[in-house]
Design a protein around this ligand. Structure first.
Ligand code: ITT
Length: 201
């Protein structure tokens, strides 16, 4: 596949998740991109009808690129728990209910782990970053970080499932970790490294 160079300028972050917007700004603004979010632009939130992280990421970026006429970046991500056969996976946000409550979602993960025998607490975060240009060119990059789940939740930094996730080799949760440190090892950072290698000159 021929990659396309990402030029400095406006980049739409096709997400309504404030935690992701913050992290995507931290990653992309140092590249000279002006990150404007779907929240700032009040863009509609497309329904996530695909069955993979990459599929849902592409669907969100396509919708934003079409609406704005600017290059759009989206992130579809989630927590995949080994003993739960990959759940909540692409349903990670949906496990938090409406309105979202990640206290509820984390408690459900713990409850299901216990119900499954609690014999394996390993999990991974997965992230698919999709870049879609207004002329229809599109690329997607996937990243992962492996770790263990802890209970009870610890830390109020980060977002989502961060307070129950300890990356391999670490002792503190992503919820307790300095954001710069999380950005050096997260699933989003892993996908971002691949994107950067492919799309930057
Ligand atoms: P958009 O679709 O608008 O981007 P969303 O929150 O609905 O926002 P997803 O469908 O990709 O996004 O859901 C992913 C969920 O997985 C997200 O809500 C988080 O709770 C969780 N998640 C993803 N990355 C995470 C991270 O770095 N730390 C903790 N939880 C994370």
């Amino acid at each position: 596949m021929t990659h396309r160079t990402l030029s400095p300028g406006r980049l739409i972050a096709a997400t309504h998740n404030k935690g992701k917007v913050r992290e995507l700004k931290d990653l992309f603004e140092p590249l000279g991109l002006e990150v404007v979010s779907a929240i700032d632009l009040d863009l509609p939130e497309p329904e996530e009808t695909e069955s993979s992280f990459a599929g849902n990421a592409l669907l969100k970026a396509r919708a934003a690129a079409e609406k704005t006429g600017a290059p759009a970046l989206s992130d579809d991500s989630g927590l995949s728990v080994t003993l739960l056969n990959g759940a909540p996976g692409i349903y990670s946000a949906r496990w938090a209910g409406d309105p979202r409550d990640f206290g509820v979602a984390m408690a459900r993960v713990e409850q299901e782990l216990q119900a499954a025998g609690n014999s394996d607490r390993s999990a991974k975060f997965v992230c698919a970053l999709a870049m879609v240009w207004p002329d229809g060119h599109e690329e997607v990059f996937e990243g992962e970080v492996h770790g263990e789940l802890v209970w009870p939740p610890r830390g109020d930094r980060g977002f989502g499932y961060d307070p129950i996730f300890v990356a391999d080799g670490e002792t503190i949760t992503f919820g307790e970790m300095d954001p710069d440190r999380k950005h050096a090892m997260s699933h989003r950072a892993d996908a971002f490294r691949k994107l950067k290698a492919a799309l930057l000159p």
